[in-house]
Ligand binder design. Structure first.
Ligand code: ATP
Length: 590
């Protein structure tokens, strides 16, 4: 199936050490100890009942002791009531610890995903990320909630039951224990098979949620509608859906077989004990109460055996999911900064690219030895044919990618040596594709400057030529916009994103000028907004408008990732090279 896009970005390990799973409990050590204590007390209490039953049958009834019968009856009732209460408390605490671990994991994973470089997001499907942060974490929840407690309590009951069985009758106990190894072989086999199935199912679930996310997002839905792709998408979904269902069925069936097998063995064991014990009672070497107590302890031996084997199978199969989760926790961003990198102080906005080279893949350099500078307040226009590397070049200023050689400096400091957030605070990007979150206009603006006052918001919108429009909306700044919100036109979205950039008060501005989708009036408004934003800032602009290019202090002409020409409009026209050709094609389009 569609595997490549889902391949891990950097696979750091293939198996998860159990130590790492146990380390998740570290912050909840005390609560976990309390849970284990409660569970052990509950298990010990449950071991008292068979002994009381033995006394009822062997002593109270034959001796006609009503008082003993009453007190043993009350004892059994008290034990079961107390066990029930302890169980409720223990269960609540187990869930508290389990849910807290899930919360911590989700938060750590989300934080680490957001820390990743942009290359991670271009490689991953949204559905995969969603699946890991929700589906996968949900899947390991039951293991995390129950596993440790079950392992400790059930092993205790198991060992205690063996001791009590041996105390009651050594030969009978050894006879009953003979059946135990029969449980192990199928349990080991199925645990491995389940792990494979779980891994496969998680992968297809990831495919399913990616397909869902892609086709129900506004762009995917629009494309599907316009190309009449409903039947195609539904067929693709149905295929994945079917595979997921079949895998779930296989996993369930495998679980049922093992449950059946594990259910039959104890019955055989119990009936053998009753028969063998029966003969011993007839011989007079054992009491009836002794057999009843023995059978009760036997069920407390087989029960935990099953539980421990199920747990083993759950843990082994869920290791596949742990691998997924821990992989996201361990991922390192490609673009790294030292933990205590200094902040970039308020800058004047002097930008310098020194021999910058970059490639997306090893086969071909996307940018090769690019050098240029933009002095504070200058406008530098980047022009060149489609695919020349203009967007890549400017994205490097915000360290969306790092150069493979050369360096980029702001005010003489290599941007790799300063903290990433301080670097990004001093820059503002206005791109052609504007993204607005599904939130109010106010919240979308505050995203750039969380502390901005209403006056500052209004002022930024006024400068971006959008205030009047926002105020004319029935809900004004509270209007919900974004993919599923109120639809703003392309120009309005751009002006809102310019207002957002104005609020950031950057020193360096990176613009990707709109090409053609705006009408003349809208373009004039966007242009006026941009001019406001450019005042006093160093501006690097991927320029498509003749006026921007002509008025730029310097023009960098890129071709196939190299600087083909540099100069002012007049100088470059005089050279009659690539620039002159590009300008004549621009003129022809105007
Ligand atoms: N994420 C990516 N992975 C691999 N290659 C990429 C990626 N992004 C861009 N490229 C390639 O890098 C080259 C430069 O792309 P870039 O978008 O920087 O060009 P551009 O000059 O901005 O083009 P346009 O004017 O059409 O937007 C292109 O050949 C493109 O295919």
């Amino acid at each position: 199936m569609n595997k490549d896009p889902n391949e891990p970005v950097s696979r750091l390990h293939t198996t998860v050490p159990l130590r790492r799973v146990l380390a998740l409990f570290r912050p909840y050590r005390q609560l976990s100890c309390l849970i284990v204590l409660l569970a052990l007390t509950g298990s010990m209490l449950s071991l008292a009942t068979p002994l009381m039953l033995k006394t009822v049958i062997d002593t109270a009834i034959p001796n006609g002791s009503e008082a003993l019968l009453w007190s043993l009856g009350a004892g059994v009732l008290a034990v079961s009531l107390l066990s029930g209460l302890l169980d409720v408390w223990q269960n609540h605490l187990e869930h508290k610890v389990g849910q807290s671990i899930m919360r911590d994991l989700r938060l750590r994973l989300y934080g680490n995903v957001l820390r990743q470089s942009i290359s991670f997001f271009t490689r991953s499907r949204a559905g995969d990320i969603l699946q890991r942060l929700t589906g996968d974490i949900q899947k390991i929840q039951s293991v995390v909630t129950r596993s440790v407690v079950t392992a400790i309590t059930q092993s205790t009951v198991w060992i205690a039951s063996i001791i009590l069985l041996l105390v009651l009758d050594v030969k009978l106990a050894l006879f009953a224990l003979l059946l135990l190894p029969l449980h192990l072989y199928p349990a080991r086999k199925t645990a491995k098979a389940r792990k494979r199935l779980v891994k496969e199912a998680q992968r297809f679930k990831s495919d399913l949620s990616s397909h869902l996310a892609e086709t129900t997002g506004i762009s995917g839905a629009l494309l599907t509608a316009l190309y009449d792709g409903e039947a195609y998408q539904t067929a693709k979904f149905a295929k994945l859906n079917e595979i997921v269902m079949r895998l779930e069925l296989r996993m369930n069936l495998m679980g049922r077989w093992i449950t059946m097998f594990n259910g039959v063995l104890p019955s055989i064991g119990t009936i053998m004990v009753y028969m063998y014990g029966g003969f011993k009672v007839m011989e007079g070497s054992m009491t009836v109460g002794g057999i009843v107590a023995f059978a009760a302890y036997l069920s407390r031996l087989y029960g935990p055996t099953q539980q421990l084997l199920n747990l083993h199978s759950d843990v082994v199969s869920s290791l596949a999911v742990f691998e997924n989760v821990f992989e996201y926790e361990d991922m390192q961003p490609e673009v790294k900064t030292a933990e205590y990198a200094p902040q970039l102080p308020t800058v004047t906005g002097h930008v310098r690219f020194r021999d910058v080279s970059f490639h997306y893949g090893p086969d071909k350099l996307t940018l090769c030895d690019i050098s240029f500078e933009a002095r504070p307040g200058e406008v530098v226009a980047i022009v060149g044919p489609s695919g020349a590397g203009k967007s890549t070049l400017l994205s490097m200023l915000a360290r969306l990618h790092d150069p493979v050689s050369g360096s980029i400096e702001i005010d003489g400091r290599d941007i790799r040596g300063v903290s990433l957030n301080s670097l990004r605070k001093s820059l503002a990007f206005v791109t052609q594709q504007t993204h607005l979150f599904h939130a109010s206009i106010r919240d979308n603006l505050l995203f750039a400057c969380p502390g901005a006052t209403d006056e500052e918001l209004a002022d930024a919108c006024r400068k971006a030529c959008i205030l009047e429009y926002v105020q004319s909306l029935p809900e004004g700044f509270e209007t919900i916009v974004g993919e599923r919100g109120f639809r703003l036109s392309g120009g309005q979205q751009q002006r809102l994103s310019i207002a957002r950039a104005i609020l950031k008060k950057p020193r360096i501005l990176v613009l990707d000028e709109a090409t053609s989708h705006l009408d003349t009036q809208s373009e004039a408004l966007v242009q006026a907004a941009l001019e406001q934003l450019m005042i006093g800032n160093t501006t690097l602009v991927i320029a498509h408008r003749l006026s921007t290019i002509v008025n730029a202090d310097r023009i960098i002409v890129l071709e196939n990732g190299r600087v083909a020409e540099t100069g002012t409009h007049r100088e470059l026209l005089g050279r009659n090279g690539l620039y002159a050709k590009l300008i004549s094609s621009l003129d022809n389009r105007m």
